[in-house]
Write a protein that binds this ligand. Sequence first.
Ligand SMILES: *[C@@H]1O[C@H](CO)[C@@H](O)[C@H](O)[C@H]1NC(C)=O
Ligand SMILES: *[C@@H]1O[C@H](CO)[C@@H](O)[C@H](O)[C@H]1NC(C)=O
Ligand SMILES: *[C@@H]1O[C@H](CO)[C@@H](O)[C@H](O)[C@H]1NC(C)=O
Ligand SMILES: *[C@@H]1O[C@H](CO)[C@@H](O)[C@H](O)[C@H]1NC(C)=O
Length: 375
Amino acid sequence: MARRAPRLAAPARRPLPGLALLLLALPLAARADCPCEHPALCQPVRHHADYEVFVFDVGQKTWKSYDWSQITTVATFGKYDSELMCYAHSNGARVVLKGDVSVKDITDPTFRASWIAQQLDLAKKQYMDGINIDIEQEVNCSSPEYDALTALVKETTDAFHREIEGSQVTFDVAWSPKHIDRRCYNYSGIADACDFVFVMSYDEQSQVWSECIAAANAPYNQTLSGYDDYIKMGIDPKKIVMGVPWYGYDYPCLKLSEDDKCSIAKVPFRGAPCSDAVGRQVPYKVIMKQVNSSVSGNQWNEDQQAPYYNYKDSSGRFHQVWYDDPRSISLKAAYVQSHGLLGIGMWNANCLDYSGDAAAKQQTKEMWEVLKRKR
Ligand SMILES: *[C@@H]1O[C@H](CO)[C@@H](O)[C@H](O)[C@H]1NC(C)=O
Ligand SMILES: *[C@@H]1O[C@H](CO)[C@@H](O)[C@H](O)[C@H]1NC(C)=O
Ligand SMILES: *[C@@H]1O[C@H](CO)[C@@H](O)[C@H](O)[C@H]1NC(C)=O
Ligand SMILES: *[C@@H]1O[C@H](CO)[C@@H](O)[C@H](O)[C@H]1NC(C)=O
């Protein structure tokens, strides 16, 4: 994909009389604090991509090594970094805020209005292009929070679109609309009310109802059934971005069977008897450093279409690590094309190894490559 040209063109100006010039100086003065090399880079991105590559960034400077030829949006979940904003804008990519609020509070319309005003103010001050709303809280179906959440998304979208031209408002949803983690949300209402939803196709073992054994973070069938269900409820595929994990889970095994079943301790989560909460999240870069020296080496599970390996810790206990790699991700990503989804993204871009070493470089490149739209 061609690198998008930064929009540096200044609007055409007609000669202005003295008074108009004076008035014009006011908004210009307000822009004087633009931290970018070129003031035009503080303007919001207005171009809408027909294919989204939606990236979560959690801080520090790894963003300098991202594949900017692909990125359309960066949701900044770390500390605000004006250098990142300028750089993203110079690549035609949006930078959006993280939006989180207690659902208990949003049933009050006045509270919603002031929360939205605060977010808008922050977005404008930081020259940002929108907001990614990431709630993930429990909501009961017949509670006032249910409709309040849809209203919050609608009101946020209206306000951002009105106040920041071309801005983007998105909402993060669970891997399936079927009340995952007791989140009863009006998914079709929310998707209608914003620009698109980002489906978090990971942490899919947050509620394990069957056998308490370690399993893939995002098993193939389970992941795609989630998208089928969102589309069946009437959400336009063009309003859906697929989220894939760039991290895995390390499970300590109570027992590791001959056929590689790793039984895990029962740690309940939101009503389910066991959960991935018993595991530890590990970034892809750590996994890649460990897999070759593990007891099992890299294995592939056919049912879940996902890689895993077993290793022994210093106390002699077995662990099983489930993760995603270019093979498992490209299988899922094929659905983006076949079902006409808007794009793809990941949690999170920082998880790869951006150091200079040659093997790491190759692994990192392959992970970014998988995101590319196939023609
Ligand atoms: C949802 O309802 C259940 C049962 O009535 C209650 O225990 C729980 O606290 C409620 N959750 C929320 C987030 O309101
Ligand atoms: C979801 O929200 C929309 C828009 O507010 C509304 O029209 C619809 O009735 C809601 N659906 C459900 C199932 O509550
Ligand atoms: C691990 O093994 C694979 C396949 O044999 C190899 O391509 C890769 O370079 C190895 N990685 C490291 C870090 O040694
Ligand atoms: C996955 O789905 C396919 C197609 O529906 C089915 O044939 C297959 O048995 C499923 N695999 C598992 C492990 O559920």
